[in-house]
Design a protein around this ligand. Sequence first.
Ligand code: ADP
Ligand code: ASP
Ligand code: MG
Length: 413
Amino acid sequence: MARIVMKFGGTSVGDIERIRRVARLVAHEQAQGNEVAVVVSAMSGETNRLVALANEAGTGLSPKDFDDEYDVVVATGEQVTTGLLSLCLRNLGLKARSWQGWQFPIETSDVHASARIADIKSDAIIDSMKNGVIAVIPGFQGITPEERITTLGRGGSDTSAVAVAAAVKADLCDIYTDVDGVYTTDPRITSKAQRMKAISYEEMLEMASLGAKVLQTRSVELAMAKKVPVRVLSSFLEPGEPNPGTIVCDEEEIVEKQIVSGIAYSRDEAKVSILGVVDNPGVAGRIFGALADANVNVDMIVQAPSRTEGKVNMTFTIPERDADRTQDLMNSIKETIGFRDIIVKKDVSKVSVIGVGMRSHVGVAKIMFEALSSKGINIENISTSEIKISVLIDASYTELAVRALHTAYGLDS
Ligand code: ADP
Ligand code: ASP
Ligand code: MG
């Protein structure tokens, strides 16, 4: 007997027929003698609909006046699914009940719209599982110590599932989704992408943070920290059909190691160039300090001499959604920093190759640069870590670059 947390994403619970199939998968798991809790997302499209409603109602409000009520609105999508799935499970003759985030509770920080889970009181859920009553839990939701509703950021149900799995000491956290595992790259970009049997936590963390949205980055961080074995698998198969998925686990457990395991891309990027910055000690601290205070995540920083003596140009990337406010922020402190001009370019994307094998192999970057140049793709910025190389390119070349790199590293099926 094992204790299993099963998570189902938005497409997997997109209509009642699909929720019925989810119920059959859950029933099958319990029939094997396992203790089961289920974490669900909102039905596909529902969170977007709720976000649009909140945006419409809250036009013009500052984040301080908006974010907490935004959470109240968008957290409801998941509540609906918990009730619907419980009904479908009961219809199969099983015992099931829904729990809302505030009922256990799932306690989070008070950073609305991207809260972090602090603690989960799991006693009631464990009792429920032991008594054969399937606990149906909403992903994405939490509550602050002041009893305000929070959400965990888009894609946050993955993180809820891993956090619940850690809290109930589950043997496995199964993430059911609309693909049958983690692929060498987004299967929507190339049909040559291959499902991986296993991927290390570290590689998955890079893949997720560099754009592969199959798992939310924080869910992988948490799984790695709490040693929760995670499996990604298809929700579109009937119980009993072969569904091996992809195991996310420690590097040591993986037998077949590749130099490059996967390719990720992100279109949510903007490139900021601050030109003619006075080359004084402390300038970089002022620029990036101001961005950190404004909660803007900065990446790919390059400093290069400017044509003017004593001046430098500072280039970096930020999430595209932060582009306008970054431009405003920099202009508002132009005098304090001392720069000539700021240019913000939004139509860029970041393409990354990821693999633990890079630690011990040379020539990985050369393959990347040659493959891109053979397609006439210009590289605007480069950044590296021990297990990844990222390049910034013109957004219109994203698919071409991903496909060229997939072939160049021998990943095509
Ligand atoms: P869910 O609604 O189940 O949470 P998501 O849409 O968040 O599902 O994530 C699944 C999607 O992630 C897939 O449909 C796929 O297009 C995308 N994806 C991006 N990169 C990868 C990858 N390397 N492997 C698998 N899927 C990926
Ligand atoms: N429903 C939320 C979203 O669409 C959370 C999730 O599905 O993971 O972002
Ligand atoms: Mg998701």
